[in-house]
Design a protein around this ligand. Structure first.
Ligand code: LLP
Length: 406
């Protein structure tokens, strides 16, 4: 938790709504992730999932830990290159890429992950025109239930992501790609979902990935540089216990020793954490405009809404809420956003101390998928972002102004 005096100072100086990140927490999470994976039987690399938070300053912090990146757009590619990531440390995954996007990614020299064969054929054409060979990976659909919110479950049969093992779709993709002159299949990828708090799905998917790599080696003679196990490790938004990074890494150590031991060679292992690295580092500060009491509820009307933080509305996500500089409290409030939609409630039925106009409300664990999912809905400018580093508060993204919006 950041110091109330620092939060107040930041809100006074930079206004609200405001995203505030604590550098020490990002460093702590990166160190914990690295430390937990030490001793993995395979060489490993961490590819931070940029989509969680692409602020340039935060990308630089993450790069300083030696991590690469999982990118999903040309915007994220440029953000990564701008922050000093090397192309060889970036993997470009998305379910749908245009010819132009493929061409740019190829020119940059990043590994491109396909979830369908047609995209790989298009890439082959571009690579042929340029006389180069493209490194690619294929994403598989392992048909695994991650037991998380349906909107962030990606490994189920009906999902748009990945190539199924069924009907040999995944196998045939490698078979096809292996014979393309300008394509070099180097990786195998899966990602089963996000905010996962149960280990069984991860273990299931990892086992299937390794078995499949073995099949590729035996039947096609394809040996890969890497197996990418994706991201998804959850954090505790409400204080209830979740799978810790030690347990998470411990499970992979076991799987790579047991299942992995059956593989005739040792590829690298990649992991793509997003949320775990940045969620806890960030809070959203929002100011109280007015209080409203109806016969049924007490609403705190604040100066942000789901344009600023969409998670509560989109995933029914819980984020902790407190009033900066006040403690205790047993008055039950809903924190109401300022957008013209009745669903725009940022937190429901929270016990807080008496809230007054101009109080600053802190919405916690907003460092991941907060700013990165913000929008200009209702013609609202996007908020500013600041980084707290020791005692210093640094502006790391300017607030948009009305000219940006209109
Ligand atoms: N790798 C791939 C291919 C992904 O699609 C994702 C997230 C990750 C890694 C990182 O997952 P993480 O470690 O952050 O769970 N907006 C949602 C989360 C969407 C995640 C999409 N993919 C939310 O706010 O909960």
């Amino acid at each position: 938790m950041m110091d109330d005096s620092v939060l107040k100072k930041a809100a006074e100086k930079y206004g609200t709504p405001l995203y505030v990140y604590d550098k020490a927490i990002i460093d702590r999470q990166c160190d914990a992730f690295k430390k937990a994976f030490k001793g993995l039987p395979w060489e490993f690399g961490i590819r931070y999932a940029f989509k969680a938070n692409t602020n340039p300053e935060i990308l630089s912090i993450i790069r300083s830990h030696g991590f690469g990146g999982d990118i999903v757009s040309i915007g994220e590619l440029e953000a990564g290159l701008n922050a000093g990531f090397k192309p060889k440390d970036l993997v470009y995954t998305s379910n749908s890429k245009s010819r132009e996007e493929l061409a740019r990614a190829l020119a940059a020299g990043v590994c491109i992950t396909h979830g369908n064969i047609m995209e790989c054929e298009i890439l082959n054409e571009i690579a042929k025109e340029r006389g180069v060979v493209a490194n690619v990976a294929f994403r598989v659909n392992p048909d695994v239930d991650a037991k998380t919110h349906p909107k962030i479950s990606t490994g189920l049969k009906g999902s748009k992501f990945g190539l199924h093992f069924e009907r040999n779709l995944a196998f045939n993709a490698f078979k096809f790609a292996k014979d393309l002159e300008n394509i070099n299949p180097v990786g195998l990828h899966c990602h089963i979902g996000s905010q996962i708090t149960d280990m069984s799905g991860f273990a299931d998917a990892a086992g299937k990935l390794i078995d499949f790599a073995q099949k590729l080696d035996k039947e096609l003679g394809v040996r890969l540089d890497f197996l990418d196990f994706g991201g998804g490790l959850g954090v505790s938004y409400d204080g209830r216990p979740v799978v810790g990074v030690e347990e998470f890494a411990g499970e992979y150590k076991k799987i790579l020793a047991d299942e992995g031991g059956k593989l005739s060679y040792r590829p690298n292992a990649f992991f793509e954490p997003g949320r775990y690295l940045v969620a806890e580092s960030g809070v959203l500060l929002t100011k109280v405009n007015s209080i409203k009491e109806t016969p049924y509820k007490k609403f705190v009307n604040v100066d942000s809404g789901f344009n600023t933080l969409v998670r509560p509305v989109m995933y029914d996500a819980y984020h902790p809420v407190r009033v900066v500089g006040k403690t205790g409290g047993d008055i039950t409030y809903d924190i109401a956003g300022n957008l013209c939609e009745s669903g725009d409630i940022l937190a429901k039925e929270r016990n807080l101390p008496k809230v007054e106009v101009n109080d600053i409300i802190e919405i916690g664990l907003a460092g991941a998928y907060g700013y990165s999912m913000s929008s200009n809905y209702n013609s609202k400018p996007k908020p500013a972002e600041v980084l707290v580093d020791g005692g210093k508060i640094k502006l790391i993204r300017k607030r948009q102004d009305l000219r940006d919006v209109i």
